[in-house]
Design a protein around this ligand. Structure first.
Ligand code: FES
Length: 131
């Protein structure tokens, strides 16, 4: 239903930053439950992600989020919804670029300050976050 309403709002030319959604389930394929992130046996070949406060870095798996990698490395980024709406997993990205399917948990000020949603962030190149 949200996808249908978003499509209608887009047709009506409502600016995307004025469209807010709230979800209480997973809209995408079900993410792993907390603490049960499946570990791939293949070596990660994606961009290097650095967690500056923990002084840890690792390459990320294709389609893995910054939050999922942080769980593998025991970084301790807090989270709740895992679908991009609550904003609990906000972290500051000090370098790099990420793609996020859902950014509802960020307001314009967060974005201006370089905050990302770790549960949605998929790096497109080397990334450093303050975590
Ligand atoms: S855990 Fe809710 S926005 Fe990431």
């Amino acid at each position: 239903m949200m996808d249908a309403v978003k499509a209608i709002l887009t047709e009506l030319k409502v600016p995307p930053d004025q469209v807010k959604t709230e979800s209480f389930g997973s809209a995408a394929p079900s993410p792993a439950a907390a603490g049960t992130t499946a570990k791939s046996t293949a070596p990660a070949t994606g961009p290097l992600v650095t967690f500056s406060k923990n002084n840890k870095s690792s390459r990320i798996h294709v389609d893995q989020t910054v939050l999922e990698l942080s769980e593998e490395l025991d970084i301790g980024i807090e989270f709740s919804c895992r679908v991009g709406t609550c904003g609990i997993c906000k972290v500051k990205m000090t370098s790099g670029e990420v793609e996020m399917a859902v950014e509802d948990g960020l307001d314009p000020e967060d974005k201006a300050d370089g905050m990302i949603l770790a549960c949605q962030a998929k790096p497109t190149g080397p990334v450093t976050v303050e975590a």
